[in-house]
Design a protein around this ligand. Structure first.
Ligand SMILES: C[S@@+](CC[C@H](N)C(=O)[O-])C[C@H]1O[C@@H](n2cnc3c(N)ncnc32)[C@H](O)[C@@H]1O
Length: 294
């Protein structure tokens, strides 16, 4: 894997649900206030900016800090569910396909996904890091991480690549840690996409690049019709036959059709603070690579 340029990191305070809601609408950073605790200054993120520095939170405010608002919803494929349930559903979904994930990708895409990924990485124009480049593979699902370990272990990049299990909505690295961030077919699964992008923006150094590779809608109507037929008949059939899960491979085409179109995704990236946003379609737009700069 030619990604040999990366960075360093630290953990950050938990983002409140209110902060997440803000990220949804333009991904503003929650304002920070300083409160005094045991003689030390600590930074707290609050969404409304109205917080007495010496005050304990009341029951309601404490609960709101750790809960997703009950009325917040998200889509899991075509199904509208409560937002707080989506991440669990996504984790269970990938648990069920982790062992066959790569094989199914190659089968269903006739191997083309390798070319899309190679080309996306090439577009980042990465150069070797100084003195040693580092790469972090960050994924919420342990089974998916474990399924890919064999590609790294014992290889020349074993000392360069680290695996970290965590949620993209709360990346456990400090601000301005990385030169580049890549998300391949992952952002579609994140419950609050703008928040995921805002987190990637946060951990990038100024001038750092984001590459987002995702599925999208084919441009030519006839090709789209064929692709739709293939997606909703062939994919679930092969999913059941080979991966043992028709549901997982019904969710896949559904989630693709719920995903923002390229211009909409470009607007979302600009909304969280990225600039110089551009995109390139692959295979008539089945996949699209967005490139953006912090
Ligand atoms: C479709 S797979 C893509 C895997 C790989 N990047 C590829 O291109 O083949 C989506 C991946 O995103 C991960 N994922 C989903 N939601 C996530 C989240 N909130 N935070 C981090 N990873 C997440 C899943 O566990 C899964 O491994």
């Amino acid at each position: 894997m030619p990604l040999n340029k990366t960075t360093e990191v630290v953990s950050k305070p938990r983002i409140t649900p209110e902060g997440k809601a803000q990220a949804d609408s333009k991904a503003q950073q929650p304002r920070q206030v300083v409160s005094i605790s045991r003689g030390r200054q600590r930074r707290h993120r609050v969404s409304d900016g109205v917080m007495n520095p010496l005050m304990w939170l009341d029951d309601d405010a404490r609960r709101r800090q750790v809960e997703t608002p009950p009325d917040e919803t998200a889509f899991f494929g075509y199904e509208r569910i409560r937002a707080r349930e989506k991440t669990d559903r996504v984790v269970r979904h990938f648990n069920s396909v982790a062992q066959v994930y790569d094989f199914m990708n190659s089968l269903l895409s006739f191997g083309i996904h390798h070319a899309w990924k190679r080309e996306s990485v090439r577009m980042l124009n990465l150069r070797p890091g100084e003195p040693h480049g580092r790469v972090v593979i960050y994924d919420i699902n342990r089974a998916m991480i474990e399924a890919g370990l064999h590609k790294v272990q014992g290889g020349p990049l074993a000392g360069v690549i680290r695996h970290v299990q965590g949620d993209a909505e709360q990346i456990s690295f400090p601000d301005q840690s990385f030169d580049a961030a890549l998300v391949g077919f992952g952002i579609r699964n994140v419950t609050r996409m703008p928040l995921g992008f805002a987190e990637m923006h946060r951990v990038l150094k100024p001038g750092g690049q984001l590459m987002c590779l995702e599925f999208s809608r084919p441009v030519w109507p006839l090709f789209r019709w064929l692709y739709d037929a293939y997606s909703f008949y062939m994919m679930p059939f092969l999913g059941e036959l080979i991966a043992g899960s028709r549901t997982a491979y019904t969710h896949l085409p559904e989630s693709i059709r719920m995903f923002p179109l390229p211009d909409e995704l470009a607007d979302m990236l600009r909304g969280v603070g990225f600039s110089r946003v551009s995109y390139r379609r692959f295979t008539n737009g089945i996949a699209v690579a967005h490139l953006a700069v912090k």
